[in-house]
Design a protein around this ligand. Structure first.
Ligand code: BDR
Ligand code: CA
Length: 313
């Protein structure tokens, strides 16, 4: 299999970290060109420090570029569930590595424009960096193979009944991306819920090795939100984008025609799917993952962590 060159656009975030670990565990699949950060789960400074601390802790060698500290037209608003820092739970040292001097927008543009072959963007935070990129430099569209997004939902939301956090946080950025014409693979809430990890499963990671222990500590905190509601599993949202690239065969997907609602208390950021019987084939702009073999999904996570754990023995 030809390696997939990716740029990893994120707002770490417990599940963002798990997604990065799964990608780093598979160097035969991924060539990670860089990480760009964006305000979302927490402030830009905090999410950037979070990923740098994880990179130091696990001795990864990936450049990090800071992106936008605010959505295109809104005030930033931290996500519930990730704690005060955006990565509460594990006690990690403050980072000794630093972000690159270059802004994420410049990194994205320069990397894309200089390429002969298109690359994949994995976008697992609010779509501010990617929205500004496509608005400012539309010529890069042909250099993007696809954008693998965690965001949205066909039937459900999480911030509101119908709005998912990443797209709710920056609906204007999301609208630009969904209308761009660039191929999109969307890991929405349906598939992320279908792949949820049971609380009896994540506890098995405790003490297994450096990477597993980190995910145990992350989920021991992050699962608190679902536990408080009497639910016995938690989603690992962002991980879906990475596992889908590694093994699409465990997922079910459908094409939809999707636009983004930018207004409204209940529907701001909603992925509005056109389900009218006369929807035209040409308007189907998003491949939406709808379901997954849950055991295979969790198995892939455990396998990835085993691979990483062995590196530290
Ligand atoms: C998304 O929002 C964030 O809280 C998670 O990191 C994920 O990207 C889920 O709605
Ligand atoms: Ca995220």
């Amino acid at each position: 299999m030809k390696k997939v060159d990716i740029i990893f656009d994120c707002d770490p975030g417990h599940d963002d970290v798990v997604a990065l670990l799964a990608a780093v565990a598979h160097p035969e699949v991924f060539n990670i060109l860089g990480i760009t950060t964006v305000a979302g789960n927490n402030t830009l400074d905090n999410v950037t420090n979070n990923i740098l601390s994880v990179i130091d802790h696990l001795e990864f060698d990936i450049p990090v570029y800071k992106g936008y500290a605010t959505p295109m037209r809104r005030d930033p608003s931290p996500a519930a569930g990730h704690g005060k820092t955006g990565l509460d739970g594990p006690v990690l040292k403050p980072p000794s590595s630093k972000p690159q001097d270059k802004h994420a927008l410049d990194f994205l543009y320069e990397t894309l424009i200089s390429r002969d072959e298109p690359l994949t963007i994995v976008a697992i935070g609010p779509l501010t960096n990617i929205g500004v990129l496509l608005m400012t430099y539309p010529e890069v569209k042909e250099k993007i193979e696809k954008i693998c997004i965690m965001g949205g939902g066909i039937y459900t939301g999480n911030v509101t009944q119908k709005s998912e956090f990443n797209l709710w946080h920056d609906p204007e950025g999301a609208k630009i991306v969904f209308r761009s014409g660039v191929p999109i693979v969307m890991s929405g809430l349906e598939v992320c819920h279908a792949g949820g990890i049971l609380h009896t499963e994540y506890v098995k990671l405790e003490g297994r090795g450096r990477a597993s222990q980190l995910v145990f500590e992350l989920y021991d905190f992050f699962s608190g939100n679902m536990k408080s509601k009497g639910i016995d599993w938690s989603p690992i949202y962002d991980l879906t984008t990475i596992l889908q690239i590694i093994d699409p065969s465990i997922f079910k997907s459908e094409m939809f025609s999707i636009d983004i609602e930018t207004e409204g208390d209940l529907c701001r950021g909603m992925t509005v799917a056109d389900q009218r019987p006369f929807v035209k084939k040409e308007s189907l702009n998003v491949e939406v993952l709808m379901d997954v073999d849950r055991e295979a999904y969790i198995g892939m996570l455990f396998d990835a962590l085993d691979i990483l754990d062995k590196r530290y023995q």
